[in-house]
Design a protein around this ligand. Structure first.
Ligand code: ZN
Length: 273
């Protein structure tokens, strides 16, 4: 009996001991449970602060946006200013270029007038013409039409001779065979030297004069010349072994589609009368 009571007591103690932590736990849990409301209050508090912060943030954001807007506007203004400055510089450059071109044209006109004034008079004042009204392109009678090598169609390294050579003294006046318009005045170091292409007025022919003397050319592209008018002097520029005129006649135009060179010799023989 006493033993049973002891067991009972032990059991009771054991129960108590076992219950104690449970009780402690429950007491302990309780504030935690009550504390569940606390975060709510806390959260409400935070909410109040958050509203204030949001307002400040919104204000700051608005300021940032306004500042960004101002910066963008300033950037646009600066870009517009730069564009205007560039346009101004370009206009100034164009105006200067136009001024230079005008000055150059005036200088060219002066130089041409001077060359014309200084150019030696054609030694042959009487200009023989054939029935078609053309003039032999080399002034005077002291010239040579050369041999077979001077003819149209003669072999040349890499090409066929497309004209007739007429040799005379350096500086002999070169004359326009007929009235016409100057198409080209050019220079080709490894070939034609200084040369002129003249389109005959009212005819489907171009006349080409090559190896002209440097500084002797009296005409410019676009200029009209009269029949027998001196256009340059005989020279030996480009690929040339001595003073001579390389003369070509192209029917249909010089180096244009459908144009082709023809033998100038029969024309030259007719023109010299
Ligand atoms: Zn030739």
């Amino acid at each position: 009996m006493r033993r049973f009571a002891l067991i009972l007591a032990t059991a009771a103690v054991a129960l108590l001991v076992a219950a104690a932590p449970a009780a402690a736990q429950s007491t302990y849990t309780s504030p935690a449970g009550g504390g569940a409301g606390a975060p709510e209050t806390d959260s409400a508090g935070t909410g109040g602060a958050s509203a204030g912060m949001l307002e400040a943030e919104a204000k700051a954001e608005a300021e940032r946006k306004a500042a960004a807007k101002r910066r963008a506007a300033a950037k646009r203004r600066a870009a517009a200013k730069r564009r205007a400055a560039v346009a101004k510089r370009r206009a100034a450059r164009r105006a200067a270029a136009r001024k230079r071109a005008r000055a150059k044209a005036r200088a060219r006109a002066r130089a041409r007038a001077k060359r014309r004034a200084q150019a030696p008079a054609a030694p042959a004042p009487t200009v023989p013409t054939d029935a078609t009204g053309h003039v032999f392109p080399v002034a005077g009678s002291n010239y040579s039409l050369g041999g077979p090598d001077s003819r149209f169609g003669a072999g040349r390294p890499g090409h066929i001779h497309q004209g007739q050579d007429v040799s005379a003294a350096l500086g002999t006046p070169i004359l326009a065979p007929t009235a016409g318009t100057v198409r080209y005045v050019k220079f080709q170091a490894e070939g034609a030297g200084y040369y002129i292409v003249l389109a005959g007025a009212g005819e489907d022919r171009d006349y080409v004069f090559m190896h002209l003397r440097k500084g002797s050319i009296l005409v410019e592209p676009g200029e009209t010349v009269g029949r027998g008018e001196q256009i340059a002097q005989m020279g030996s520029t480009g690929r040339s072994s001595g003073p001579h005129l390389h003369f070509e006649i192209w029917v249909g135009g010089w180096y244009v589609k459908g144009g082709k060179p023809v033998d100038p010799l029969p024309f030259l023989l007719a023109w010299r009368g």
